[in-house]
Design a protein around this ligand. Structure first.
Ligand SMILES: Cc1cc2nc3c(=O)[nH]c(=O)nc-3n(C[C@H](O)[C@H](O)[C@H](O)COP(=O)(O)OP(=O)(O)OC[C@H]3O[C@@H](n4cnc5c(N)ncnc54)[C@H](O)[C@@H]3O)c2cc1C
Length: 318
């Protein structure tokens, strides 16, 4: 096995590339391993990222990789980390091609798997007129007839949220609504309609949503659909490295627990981006990656030169 890396960044999306930039500028031997499945690749543009509003995601990742090329201590490798163990004073990570890499720190930036409901026609529209986040894609469908697909409290929350982008909102509950009388009153007061019919298909025209098809054969014209989507870890890597999960949120089923410096509960393992944040957004992932990298660098300087930093365990448990 070759010389140890200072840090292996697992994942080269917004969080991982941002972290690698800061690590490279801090002259740290850094390996980024990325298998190229950033979660927003289906979207035609990134909404709400300062300086890059509307830029296609692939362009952003390519620009990030180009910036990293200026830093000789950083290597970006296409591949998959399939496992990892703690070893001596660091870690050994196993890659899909059989290589093993020793590293002093691990920064997990693996993103999350988004799981929207399985409805015929949804996959082809995902990331455009069918979306999980109005802050990302609401602007593009503003003032259009829109719908929310979901039930219970979360559907009420999403309908009232989306109300900021359009006056014409219908909640599609795809079966019994599970709304309390208060929920119904709240939605009625906001002029949000409820439709409990079975949704059988999303009908598209020219690659965008045109209508919702119901089990009774009728169609409802809609130009945008907000779907309740839950995020799940893409692999057991965080768990394998001893990083605990925090409680599930309405958005994330199994987020990795991090402190204010993006340190997990496992010393030497950091996490940034969707896998640990409550609000999945590119801007938040870039910020988290940057912050995590500064914490990695300082932790290495603590080991090497006695830089005074917060104690790992006491800080995590504070
Ligand atoms: C359809 C869609 C549209 C979106 N639109 C917007 C938007 O317009 N604006 C916005 O702000 N946010 C948007 N988001 C949210 C945004 O994409 C995420 O918050 C952001 O991409 C998170 O960045 P990340 O680096 O944490 O994860 P990702 O971008 O998902 O990157 C993680 C990377 O790690 C890799 N990886 C995972 N496991 C391994 C492994 N074991 N080994 C090697 N590599 C691995 C993945 O393949 C991937 O390349 C959207 C999300 C979706 C799903």
């Amino acid at each position: 096995m070759a010389e140890s890396w200072d840090c292996v960044v697992v994942g080269g999306g917004a969080a991982g590339l941002s972290a690698a930039l800061v690590l490279g500028r801090a002259r740290r031997r850094t390996l980024v391993v990325d298998d190229g499945k950033q979660s927003n690749l289906a979207a035609s543009g990134i909404g709400g990222l300062l300086g890059h509003d509307g830029r296609p995601p692939t362009e952003l990742y390519e620009m990030g990789r180009q910036e990293l090329a200026a830093y000789p201590s950083v290597e970006v490798r296409t591949g998959t980390v399939i496992g990892g163990v703690r070893d001596d004073d660091g870690f050994v990570l196993e890659l899909g091609d059989g290589r093993r890499e020793r590293t002093r720190r691990v920064l997990l930036a693996t993103g999350m798997q988004y799981r929207p409901p399985e409805i015929p026609g949804l996959a082809a529209l995902w990331g455009r007129s069918v979306f999980h986040c109005p802050f990302c894609h609401g602007w593009e469908v503003r003032d259009q007839p829109l719908a929310v697909l979901g039930r219970g409290d979360r559907a009420v929350h999403q309908a009232l949220l989306l109300r900021g982008w359009s006056d014409d909102i219908v909640v599609l509950t795809n079966g019994p609504a599970e709304f309390s009388d208060d929920d119904r009153a709240c939605l009625a007061a906001a002029d949000v309609a409820i439709d409990e019919r079975a949704v059988v298909e999303l009908v598209s025209e020219n690659g965008e949503l045109a209508a919702i098809a119901f089990g009774d054969g009728e169609r409802l014209q809609r130009r945008g659909l907000l779907v309740a989507t839950t995020l799940h870890q893409r692999s057991s890597l965080a768990d394998d490295l001893g990083a605990d999960q925090s409680d599930a949120t309405p958005i994330a089923a199994d987020p990795v627990d991090v402190d204010a410096l993006m340190r997990t509960t496992s010393a030497g393992v950091f996490a940034a981006g969707d896998l640990s944040v409550p609000m999945p957004q590119v801007a938040a992932a870039i910020a988290a990656g940057s912050l995590a990298a500064t914490a990695v660098v300082q932790s290495l300087l603590t080991d090497d030169y006695g830089l005074i930093g917060p104690d790992w365990r006491s800080h995590v448990n504070a």
